[in-house]
Design a protein around this ligand. Structure first.
Ligand SMILES: *Cc1c(COP(=O)(O)O)cnc(C)c1O
Length: 402
């Protein structure tokens, strides 16, 4: 917390606005629209996942429809496709932005039409770790097939592409203010809607699809997805430091890049061209399998022994179970080596087409997502990770390389 949040919360308490609507909600929505520099309408919701769900409803996605989704993402991009009973079709990434490969998307759409005789209903693209999608090409493919785009910019608050903010490119755009995101409302999200009408419809679905009678009249299924006025107060305070946080994350990535530059086999993610301006929400590195790292020979035997008795994906020790798709031994050795020095790091998102819960759905692969998962590690990158902290991380990594 920045210290700017309390006055807004205080005001909400004093005005008895302790409900999922009120001046902070409206104020936060205005702040967001101004920040995004958009004419579109922003609706504050209880989470980014709720925003994805309502975005799909807004696009008319129904049971049995197919939805093209980026495979390299967090599960929340795909779960809502199942909430509406639609079928996710996973599409792999291109190696520069790490986001949806436009050529593969184009091929996948034509193949879906060939196989099912029907056009997919929507395309869900994700700005992974804050890096914008190759919008020029993805939007071109979407236009060619006349399929709407739902843009998951949950991790890309403040990122831009060609001078325009992420979250404003798709027919609908999703933002998240979960505790771990660029700015937070403790839990929360927003849907960037194309116009006033669709925003009103979104609010209607977010408030139990209640119609405007004196009594409670419902003709459709609704949801309880509106943002609380207290959460929105936190958001308004966070907006006062948003630019500072974003600059800090960008500095963090540049600093890691500068200081890890000389290690051959460690690669920092970079903006693919001057069109891209990532917020570098998480600082990510790719670690070559051929690099020699202390403890690599033990990395997986350690992982296996410590998971004995752990039935699910993760044990009490936080070591993932040995599966057929996993980070390479160097990633695991560096992760464990850092953990030994009290530094938390994590592998990248595991691709959705390799998740047991989604592996039964169609997917179009080129190997990029699996390669990224194989080589990737997220380094400490929050707003309070100082240069001194980063030095500790850099020294720890350097000491692990043989
Ligand atoms: C965090 C996140 C979401 C979901 O946002 P919540 O506010 O946590 O529901 C969706 N997509 C991606 C890519 C995310 O990282």
């Amino acid at each position: 917390m920045s210290g700017h949040e309390m006055p807004f919360i205080q005001e909400a308490f004093e005005g008895e606005w302790v409900v999922p609507l009120g001046p902070n909600v409206t104020g936060f929505e205005e702040d967001l629209a101004r920040f995004l520099a958009t004419e579109k309408k922003v609706v504050a919701l209880s989470s980014g996942t709720a925003a994805l769900h309502l975005g799909l409803l807004g696009l008319g996605v129904k049971e049995g429809d197919e939805v093209m989704v980026q495979s390299m993402t967090f599960s929340a991009s795909v779960n809502p496709v199942r909430y509406v009973g639609a079928i996710p079709v996973m599409v792999d990434s291109e190696p520069f932005s790490w986001n949806m490969d436009p050529e593969l998307l184009d091929y996948a759409i034509s193949d879906r039409i060939k196989q099912t005789g029907r056009k997919p209903k929507a395309i869900v693209v994700v700005c992974l770790y804050g890096m914008p999608v190759d919008y020029t090409q993805v939007i071109e493919v979407a236009r060619k097939w006349d399929i709407p785009v739902l843009e998951d910019a949950a991790e890309a608050f403040g990122s831009s592409y060609d001078g325009k903010k992420c979250g404003t490119f798709g027919d609908y755009g999703v933002l998240s203010f979960n505790g771990n995101k660029m700015i937070t409302t403790s839990g929360g999200g927003a849907l960037v809607c194309p116009d006033e009408n669709t925003a009103r419809k979104t609010m209607y679905y977010a408030t139990q699809a209640r119609l405007g009678y004196a009594y409670y009249q419902h003709e459709e299924i609704g949801y309880n997805y509106r943002m609380s006025n207290i959460s929105a107060g936190i958001g308004r305070g966070q907006m006062m430091v948003a630019e500072e946080y974003i600059a800090h994350h960008r500095h963090r990535q540049a600093y890691y890049r500068e200081h890890l530059r000389n290690i051959e086999g460690i690669e920092l993610h970079e903006n693919p061209s001057s069109k891209y301006d990532s917020n570098f929400w998480l600082c990510t590195v790719l670690i070559d399998e051929n690099l020699r790292v202390k403890g690599e020979e033990n990395a997986y035997s350690a992982a296996i022994t410590s998971t004995v008795g752990g039935a699910g994906g993760v044990t009490g020790k936080g070591v993932s179970i040995h599966t057929d798709c996993e980070p390479n031994r160097n990633v695991e050795a560096i992760r464990l080596g850092l953990a030994e020095q009290g530094i938390e790091s994590r592998p990248l998102w595991k691709p959705m087409h390799r998740q047991p819960v989604f592996s039964c759905f169609p997917s179009y692969q080129n190997g990029v997502a699996e390669d990224l998962f194989h080589r990737g590690l997220c380094l400490p990158s929050g707003p309070y990770v100082s240069d001194k902290d980063a030095d500790r991380v850099i020294n720890a990594i350097t000491s692990l390389i043989i």
